[in-house]
Design a protein around this ligand. Structure first.
Ligand code: ADP
Length: 510
């Protein structure tokens, strides 16, 4: 939908964004990067954007010059009043960020789970509280959002709270809600015993709202209550309306018709840009690639593998979960290392069996394989800049950011053609040398093995093709500008839908 001239000349609507992650404050995956970059772009268009997130233990208030904004703030849950403090800081692009401090809920290690990777049992309470607190905050600071944008299951109750609790508020009553699904596999499904605390009403505990197999499903609630829903790539939007890709929510997404749309993520060029990146050994661009050699050397030294610019180097970064294809890599990597002239660097953390397997590979393939188990932003930048290839054989991938970062840094992606990976990587054409990467479809060891073989042989035998692919990849437009405009269109659509919803429900309320 295109904005009408009238809509464009009107004052830009205020936007409240509620999220569980935000770069640089707290990051586990792509959600943090996406929310930060999108909000920064929206602010540059003239919207008054405010972000609300938890003040986790790992957030150093001094580092961000965070100042107390409200102390205390009372938040009514379904059966109890919670008390918290609110700090205000400044995010990327100067966007105001409100950090909700609640000792019991957020002053602990990890965002969603403990160090043993066990999800916290009180996650429904923690994130239900965050969602309620974000709306309460608007009332306490006098902020009137036209749109409230929630992200993923953690904040997916926000649309329900708006419609069930705040429909008659002066500040929140007219606010439309948008939910973005970054990964439909994570839905936030919890015992119904949490319902009284969450305050959503037993009469709403039905399968057309948020009940799912006698449990509460946060994401389902968002899908049913939000005025509009987005996900992070057009291909993934198609996939998750099929029984295989939707993890049980396909019919509910399909039922939302044109209110559901895939908008591809962009990348933040102020953070991921080889021309300005302070974390890499040398700066480079599509027109001047010399610095990339120094970055490859830096990477080989950092991961303690043989410093040799003439051997193809493949990198991987990611959460060690099955979704990312690490199982496939684990079953194939040794065959590749034994049969091909190639080096690997791996950065990740997550499931323990992957951590111990990939953590041990450098000992067994000394000089050929390097790995680092943990979360390390600098290493992530150095990998994107220093590798020749970036591997991402995900079983499914809503959008994926690292394959876009890699293209920006002239590192050719090797990906499985799924979700956003298929949308953002153009297949290599051996006849013309066109393309930006190598893609395969079958999630099998052989497909992975032979696709890597194809990429590596191209690197050694047809370097002129690799050079033109690097150029083309680096010149792709992954900027947030026009993506953020697509979100704006979705916001206007949500406002229109909300007005209709209000008209239809007025008789019910009065
Ligand atoms: P997802 O959101 O599913 O984790 P994305 O590709 O969308 O996957 O985003 C992952 C983001 O997290 C990227 O910015 C990537 O660099 C970062 N990341 C993932 N694992 C690590 C790690 N171990 N160390 C540093 N950064 C990481």
């Amino acid at each position: 939908m295109h904005l009408t001239a009238q809509a464009q000349t009107k004052a830009k609507p205020n936007i409240l964004v509620v999220t569980s992650e935000l770069y640089p404050f707290a990051k586990v995956g792509g959600l943090a990067d996406v929310v930060s970059a999108l909000c920064s772009a929206l602010r540059s268009f003239g919207h008054d954007v405010r972000i609300v997130m938890p003040r986790y233990a790992g957030i150093d208030l001094k580092q961000y010059d965070a100042r107390i904004s409200l102390e205390p703030m009372g938040v009514w849950m379904g059966n109890v009043e919670e008390w918290c403090s609110v700090y205000r800081a400044s995010g990327e692009g100067g966007v105001p960020v409100y950090l909700i401090e609640h000792q019991l809920y957020f002053n602990r290690e990890g965002l969603y789970h403990d160090t043993a990777m066990h999800d916290y049992d009180d996650n429904p309470r923690r994130f239900g509280f965050l969602s309620r607190a974000a709306l309460q905050l608007c009332k306490d600071i006098g902020f009137k959002p036209a749109i409230v944008h929630a992200h993923d299951w953690q904040t997916a109750l926000v649309p329900a709270y708006l419609k069930l609790w705040h429909w008659n508020d002066r500040l929140l009553g007219s606010a439309a809600s948008v939910l973005t699904i970054h990964n439909v596999a994570y839905q936030g499904v919890y015992p119904k015993s949490h319902l009284p605390y969450l305050g959503l009403g037993w009469h709403n505990f039905t399968s057309d709202k948020f009940e799912s197999y006698d449990r509460i499903n946060f994401l389902k609630s968002g899908i049913n209550y939000a005025d509009c829903i987005t996900t992070v790539s057009p291909n993934y939007a198609r996939e998750i309306t099929t029984p295989f890709g939707g993890f049980g929510l396909a019919p509910f997404l399909s039922a939302r018709g044109s209110c559901f749309k895939g908008i591809i993520n962009g990348i933040d060029y102020s953070v991921w840009n080889p021309q300005t990146d302070p974390l890499i050994a040398a700066r480079f661009s599509a027109d001047s690639l010399d610095g990339k050699k120094a970055c490859k050397r830096q990477l080989q030294e950092l991961f303690d593998i043989r410093p040799d610019e003439n051997i193809a180097l493949i990198g991987m970064i990611g959460r060690f979960v099955a979704q990312k294809g690490f199982e496939l890599i684990a079953r194939t990597i040794e065959r590749i290392v034994q049969n091909m002239m190639v080096q690997f660097v791996i950065l990740g953390s997550g499931e323990h069996h992957f951590e111990s397997y990939f953590g041990d590979l450098p000992r067994r393939y000394s000089g050929r394989v390097g790995s680092f188990i943990g979360f390390d932003n600098k290493r992530a930048h150095v990998i994107e800049a220093g590798c020749d290839f970036y591997l991402m054989p995900s079983l499914f991938e809503p959008c994926g950011l690292t394959q876009m970062y890699s293209q920006r840094y002239g590192t050719i992606p090797i990906v499985r053609a799924t979700g956003g990976l298929d949308d953002t990587v153009e297949q290599y054409n051996e006849t013309t040398g066109e393309g930006t990467g190598f893609k395969f479809r079958d999630p099998t060891e052989d497909a992975l093995y032979y696709t890597i073989g194809w990429a590596i042989s191209t690197w050694y035998d047809r370097p002129h093709h690799i050079r033109s692919m690097v150029q083309k990849a680096m010149k792709q437009d992954f900027s947030w500008q026009h993506r953020a405009h697509e979100y704006e269109s979705m916001y206007y659509q949500a406002v229109t839908r909300k007005k209709k919803w209000d008209e239809n429900h007025r008789s019910y309320y009065w």
